[in-house]
Design a protein around this ligand. Structure first.
Ligand SMILES: [Zn+2]
Ligand SMILES: [Zn+2]
Ligand SMILES: [Zn+2]
Length: 152
């Protein structure tokens, strides 16, 4: 999935309710459709770590005529509008989070255990990457792989 330049609405604090998220969609010129509403409700209810297919199954419980391709398109659009972000937790498909609940991930490559890592943990790395390489890291997009306490 490509990341385009964030729209001006991204400067606001991320949405924390379904209605705020729908407001943001409207403000940024997006359309509020019933499939988007169902999708956002599924995201807000489930918290993070849902794949497109899992979210599609939840939306289809309520609206069986919504196709997986519509879900993918909506996820892409909601990400472009700054409402959600996706993360790769290993070799599996991308999982989606609300932008307001974004965080880093440690994933054990032996047993698959996932630990949510607060952004502050990446602060030192982010500063060094910036000052020494002029590189801005994105601590949310990919998980840091390693071994959990049980597997190391
Ligand atoms: Zn990605
Ligand atoms: Zn997460
Ligand atoms: Zn493990």
């Amino acid at each position: 999935m490509t990341r385009s330049a964030p729209p001006p609405g991204n400067l606001d604090a991320p949405a924390t309710t379904v209605d705020e998220a729908l407001d943001r969609v409207r403000r940024n010129g997006g359309r509020v459709t019933s499939s988007r509403r169902f999708l956002l409700r599924a995201l807000f209810t489930a918290g993070g770590h849902r794949t497109a297919e899992e979210l599609a199954a939840e939306v289809q419980d309520q609206a069986p005529d919504v196709h997986l391709s519509t879900i993918y398109r909506n996820l892409e659009e909601l990400e472009r509008l700054g409402v959600i972000v996706h993360a790769h937790l290993g070799h599996g498909p991308a999982t989606y989070h609300l932008a307001s609940a974004a965080h880093g991930h440690f994933v054990c490559e032996v047993c698959g255990t996932m630990i949510e890592a607060p952004d502050q943990l990446f602060g030192g790395l982010a500063r060094t990457a910036k000052t020494e390489f002029s590189f801005t890291i994105d601590p949310h997009h990919f998980a840091v792989l390693g071994r959990c306490a049980r597997c190391s």
